[in-house]
Design a protein. Structure first.
Length: 279
């Protein structure tokens, strides 16, 4: 089941979208900043020869050291603490023993539970020198996320977010994945509302102060169609073209929105100017 299908199931079971107060925003700031710090931690370790299961181990240890819980671990059977999606993997890639190679790009998705609140964020990383096509895809995806966030304000709808993302990505001759979406969260990992990354302004629920959700566009160089591999999790592009994703958790405020998952170190997108540790 895609997260879009799962979110629809939640919407059928539950009533109105929860509007959160200052206590929730404080909890989400703490969880969001810890999740972002976890992604910062990985920056010098993403290099050729390192396995994605090594990155997973680093985040598990980081979570334990900070008395946090990696939300993906054992969530509906997912076997690892993070998702690592390399090259044509769209999302939900399972960390494993295959080493990263020069020229790879990958999305790393971290969700940490801190005092019951979920901080959910993902970011693109590059392994050494990458192709110009890959670099451009990362730039387009990051800008698509920024435009989606800029559309968040009271009185707009979730469709304003989707329209902003879709219009920009397609103008840049890329496609928007439609099988997966952003989602409400807080004390639940997945909640209302769905945040589609395509659509029309005016579609979907009206945004109100106190709403909490992720925006996480998946943008492909080729067609938008994906398939899920037999492991039941790993989603890949059907045409094997590259895919990229960035994700932030936000809260709707009276003036617009607050982003809870900005990088403390300023590592919002590659390339990152850091020293690479020895292994």
């Amino acid at each position: 089941m895609s997260n879009l299908d799962y979110s629809r199931t939640l919407q059928q079971r539950e009533g109105k979208i929860t509007l959160h107060g200052p206590e929730a925003f404080a909890g989400m700031r703490k969880a969001g900043q810890l999740a972002a710090a976890a992604l910062d931690l990985l920056v010098p370790f993403v290099k050729a020869g390192v396995t994605t299961e090594r990155l997973d181990d680093l985040i598990f240890d980081f979570a334990m050291d900070h008395k946090a819980i990696p939300a993906p671990l054992n969530y509906r059977g997912f076997p690892r603490s993070i998702c690592t999606s390399v090259n044509h993997v769209v999302c939900h890639g399972i960390p494993g023993p295959k080493p990263l190679r020069e020229g790879d790009i990958l999305n790393i998705d971290v969700t940490l539970i801190v005092d019951g609140w979920h901080g959910d964020t993902s970011r693109m990383y590059t392994v050494g020198a990458i192709s110009r096509r890959a670099e451009r895809l990362i730039d387009v995806t990051y800008e698509a996320l920024r435009r989606g966030i800029a559309a968040v304000k009271p009185g707009h709808t979730t469709g304003h977010i989707g329209q902003a993302i879709q219009a920009f990505a397609e103008r840049e001759r890329c496609s928007v994945v439609r099988d997966f979406c952003g989602h409400g969260l807080g004390r639940l990992f997945h909640d209302r509302p769905n945040i589609l990354h395509y659509g029309e302004a005016g579609d979907g629920p009206v945004l109100e102060p106190g709403m909490l959700f992720t925006i996480e566009p998946m943008i492909n160089l080729g067609k938008s169609t994906v398939k899920v591999l037999p492991d039941g999790w790993t989603a890949v592009t059907r045409d094997r073209e590259l895919s990229a994703q960035f994700e932030h958790t936000v809260g709707v405020t009276e003036a617009g929105c607050e982003v809870f998952t900005f990088s403390p170190a300023g590592y919002h997108r590659p390339p990152f100017d850091v020293k690479v540790p020895s292994t």
